[in-house]
Ligand binder design. Sequence first.
Ligand code: PHB
Length: 391
Amino acid sequence: MRTQVAIVGAGPAGLLLSHLLALRGIESVVVESRSRAYVEARIRAGVLEQDTVDLLVAAGLGDRLAEQGLRHDGIHLQWPGERHRVDFRALTGRSVWIYGQTEVVKDLLAARADAVHFEVSRTALHDVDTTRPKLSFVAADGVAHVVEADVVVGADGFHGVSRPTVPAPLRRTWERDYPYGWLGVLAEVPPSTDELIYAWHPNGFAMHSMRSPSLSRLYLQVDRGERVEDWSDDRVWDELRTRLGLDGWALADGPILDKGITPMRSFVSTPMRHGRLFLVGDAAHIVPPTGAKGLNLAVADVAVLTEALGAFFAEGRADLLDSYEERALRRVWRCTHFSWWMTSMLHTSGDDLDRQLQLAQLRYVCSSEAAATSLAENYVGLPHELAARAG
Ligand code: PHB
């Protein structure tokens, strides 16, 4: 097999890249170790920045998003006894959209499934430091293939094979494992709130998000190492009511459709480019979910790389490929900082001094327009140029 761009991973980053390249007449092949059913069903992020939405719409992927996406002009920040709205629209003129990553992936697969080989095994990258890199894999039917390409892209997440293809002596990583994770539930109950609620509580962080007018998505901070089996539905609802509770407000409960625990990590690995191998999204960096940046950051990587590959294939220019890593990393570090900051402000760990500092910071964000604007402009997503300068 021969293609222009061989892509490892059919998550949102790999599929979006394949789709944007196809719109420019650039061929790609995508390999994915999981099944299509698995990829389409896994429940992940839910908040899209305006720039992400604009890019999806411009790429012809906006129909269901326009129908089912929910525009949100702010969030609530809360601590015991107080709930405050941070008004994104008033502070920045911008909004975010609630539309699940699961739905984004379905839209992408409707457009690009033909380019994807699902349930492949033994995926490996070869000769990435030459101009003829190769991708080898064993297809679902047991037949071994080698794809010759001009460029290979690792969009295969934190545990994928692409990042370790970069020789270890060249790699540099920065990492923080937080001593807690999120227990997330998807519940068949209309959201009890107009805006997402981010709640600080002495028992730990809690959040009320949503997926649609009839589906709520809720999260609880739990200790690292806790087991989902120890969280009965009743225990989950009791704890959510405690942590999200506010006088005059009630949390409606309903059947829980999905329950899982996600660890929390900040992680950046360089280089994001080695020869003809380029890494995008979680293959190169992980943010904790508190700032809702992970998916948006992957989309931003893909946007920068698409432009660079477009110039490379159409005009034979390598300069944008050469600056991919620097341009992507500026935004990566800005979002890494914002996600760490939101996480540190809202999750309980540490001692009583930490708790008082968190409450002081929350009060400041909710009373100073400058502090609120700082949160808001990061949350709605800094424009690429500004992120570059701010980085
Ligand atoms: C979600 O709806 O899954 C969600 C929303 C906001 C976050 C993280 C996750 O910060």
